[in-house]
Design a protein around this ligand. Structure first.
Ligand code: ADP
Ligand code: ASP
Ligand code: MG
Length: 407
């Protein structure tokens, strides 16, 4: 009986020969431990590097700024194609029987929502056959093909994680390892909080909230897929031998939410994201239908909104930067009076144990106001509290919350 493991390597991990040697080492280790690895790779490097996804996007946007379609997806897929061929060559050079596969060759079939395609199914026969023949498949992350015409699609930025989780589920892998440039899921982005610590164990739910709210260390869809198939995800560094973070349902085994830690761990992490625009639309009190019209007009225009809030006098919501001008046009067309607050972002605390806890909102507000940071709007859920703030305040806010919630 084959023991399958999926090992996904991010852009930095495959960017240089030196780094690819570290990848080789992780693949060899898995094989020595009796696993049949399926490797998933991202495009090599970061913006500015020749074949990085952002570089490819910039290249096409220079021709046509409004391009976002079939051709953009086709070009973006080239980044992972190059990466999988280069990584395969490196593994072969070191005696591993590796084979590069596109998303389509790995059986990944998606819908045709270019730029944000959803995986419809995975035809596993090719991969199983290759594994049985002793190959190490090196699959292009982030991509699939449409069912009918085989067009290339991409799964949304950061989507190689999704490829890895989906392959893990389809192949009934024992585990999906996400190798990156940090030691695991940390209590905040280490680029912002220097003393952020790595979580040993964390629940799917908490990581999903971190990911949805901007912690780009893992894609939220990858967490969702792993959670629904109950496959453990391990996030770890390509460059160290640290154990990394185990993401599973097993909250009780973790240092988050366990009885022992409950007393001093209130939160599991702080997440942040930028690129938001807040809208405050004035409503006529006598006209109950006005609020409905605002949200209907926005929905009809296909604009996705968050931070929804409706009261007698006002409707509030946020959009991404890219949708702000379109939103203004929609509101102008209906004659609404509104304020459009640009250059915003959000900070979120992911709470480990909200039920039965008091004063968490007070702590949240204290942390931000003690730094003189204005809160433009808040929203909360069962295990999160988020605020919209000015983008320039984000780093300061993350550090203040990290301290206030004793992370
Ligand atoms: P990869 O190319 O390996 O997929 P990403 O850049 O997508 O890497 O994700 C890793 C980065 O995520 C880290 O370098 C780190 O700066 C950032 N990050 C943001 N929030 C967190 C967090 N809570 N824990 C760890 N890393 C985080
Ligand atoms: N290369 C893709 C991106 O930059 C996918 C990924 O890195 O996961 O979004
Ligand atoms: Mg990533």
């Amino acid at each position: 009986m084959m023991k399958i493991i999926v090992q996904k390597f991010g852009g930095t991990s495959v960017s240089t020969l030196e780094n690819r040697k570290a990848v080789l080492h992780k693949v060899q280790q898995a094989m020595q431990n009796g696993y049949s690895p399926v490797v998933v790779v991202s495009a090599m490097g970061r913006r500015g590097d020749a074949y990085a996804t952002d570089t490819l996007i910039d290249t096409l946007k220079a021709e046509n700024p409004s391009v976002h379609n079939r051709e953009m997806d086709m070009l973006m897929c080239c980044g992972e194609l190059i990466s999988s061929c280069v990584m395969t060559a490196h593994l072969q050079q070191n005696g591993i029987k590796a084979i590069a596969l596109t998303g389509g060759q790995a059986g990944i079939v998606t819908d045709s929502e270019y730029g944000a395609a959803r995986i419809k199914n995975i035809k596993t026969s090719n991969l199983f056959r290759l594994l049985e023949d002793g190959f190490v498949p090196v699959v292009c992350g982030f991509q699939g093909v449409t069912e009918n015409n085989g067009n290339f699609t991409t799964l949304g930025r950061g989507g190689s994680d999704t490829t890895a989780a989906a392959l893990g589920a389809a192949l009934h892998a024992e585990c999906v390892e996400i190798y990156t440039d940090v030691n695991g899921i940390m209590t905040a982005d280490p680029r912002i909080v220097k003393n952020a610590s790595t979580l040993e164990n964390v629940s799917y739910q908490d990581v999903q909230q971190m990911a949805i709210n901007g912690a780009k260390v893992i894609h939220p869809r990858a967490v969702e897929i792993a959670m629904s198939s109950n496959i453990p995800l391990v996030v770890k560094s390509t460059f160290t031998d640290e154990a990394g973070t185990v993401i599973s349902n097993d909250r009780a085994n973790g240092n988050i939410g366990s009885d022992v830690e409950m007393s001093n761990k209130i939160a599991s992490g702080i997440a942040n994201m930028g690129n938001l625009v807040q809208f405050r639309v004035t409503l006529n009190v006598k006209d109950g239908a006005a609020g409905q019209k605002v949200f209907q007009d926005i929905a009809n225009a296909g604009i996705s909104v968050s931070f929804l809030n409706l009261s007698e006098k006002e409707a509030m919501f946020a959009t991404f930067n890219d949708d702000a001008d379109k939103t203004c046009k929609v509101l102008d067309a209906s004659g609404f009076e509104y304020v459009c607050n640009r250059n915003c972002g959000k900070v979120t605390v992911i709470l480990a144990a909200r039920r039965g806890m008091y004063g968490l909102m007070a702590s949240f507000v204290t942390a931000l106001s003690s730094e003189g940071i204005a809160i433009l709007q808040t929203v909360d859920s069962d295990n999160t509290i988020s605020a919209i703030i000015k983008e320039e305040n984000i780093e300061k806010a993350v550090r203040a919350l990290h301290k206030e919630f004793k992370l």
